[in-house]
Design a protein around this ligand. Sequence first.
Ligand code: PEP
Ligand code: MN
Length: 368
Amino acid sequence: MKSMECIPVSKWDIGCQKKLLIAGPCSAESPEQLLTTAKELKNSGAHVLRAGIWKPRTRPGFFEGVGEKGLKWLKDAGNEAGMSVATEVAKPQHVELCLKNDIDVLWIGARTTVDPFAVSAIAEPLKGVDIPVMVKNPVNPDIDLWLGALERVSNAGIKKIAAIHRGFSTYRKSSYRNPPLWRIPVELRRRVSSLPIICDPSHLAGACELIQTVAQTAIDLLFDGLMIEVHPNPTAALSDRNQQLTPAQYLTLMNSLVWKNTRSSNMEFNQRLTAFRNEIDQIDYKIIDLLALRLNIVEQIATLKNKNDITTLQPNRFRELLRKRLDYGNGQHLSENFVRQIIELIHEEALMHQERCEIQDLNSTCIS
Ligand code: PEP
Ligand code: MN
């Protein structure tokens, strides 16, 4: 696979704050709805007016978008407010219609990014066109699938590319509609440092009251912009009612966000930060040493079990161990979810290690 490092991405010209702010309704519903939203957003600092024209619904029977006629409504509303306009494309015909209607920015939705055939088909009519394209993360937490879609768009010759992080489906219960799994966009940033990454707190949170925290976290993690759903009357919205802000709420949100500096020239601050970081470094090495020590004991257990024909997995022991670790973590004010994930990961590694030892034991090399 071609490395993403080769992708010719350039930071967009994204205004004085150097953050791209996209706002607008989940779905285009009527010319009036778009016009009202655009007019109200005009002085909010948002650069791009968003609206879904074709809506990918998880289940049939729900509002599937107004279709082609909405493109003109969107463009007219954008012109009225002096904003660029953006919409989602899921098929090559959508791209063609958007180009015909002078839509400024396109995005590929989370349900489309999962399908390399669909992304390749969308990339075809993009060949030779100079238009910004944003790619939402796939619904499942697979960074390579996300990179693959970005590469397909890039291979079509698109130069202005951005990724949009909108959270991931998980089987775990969560207060978010799509939990953030921040490590994935952070890893994307590490792999392709020049790629702008925008956060979509609306689809991630799924509820208005969580949007502020998610947006501030995204800013603190150096995201390059925000895409937020704004509707003039969210309770009557035809899609995603619970997560759309009114234009007034959007303005309050924007005023509440703190755009922090990445560096400081204050000597004392820098010295204290370095001291803390040194402590963190030492703790990390200790954690790694302890994990190695733990695995060493696991190897000895493996040999003991093998000699006595005892199975690797001991469900009762693990259940009891997990319960005690969760209790202990709770006493240390660590979240249950965090401790559970770490212990499950350590246990899985221990099981795999024991299995490897068993194979080596057969060759009498695991432990003499
Ligand atoms: C949307 O932006 O309205 C949308 C459908 O988003 P996602 O693809 O993230 O679900
Ligand atoms: Mn939506």
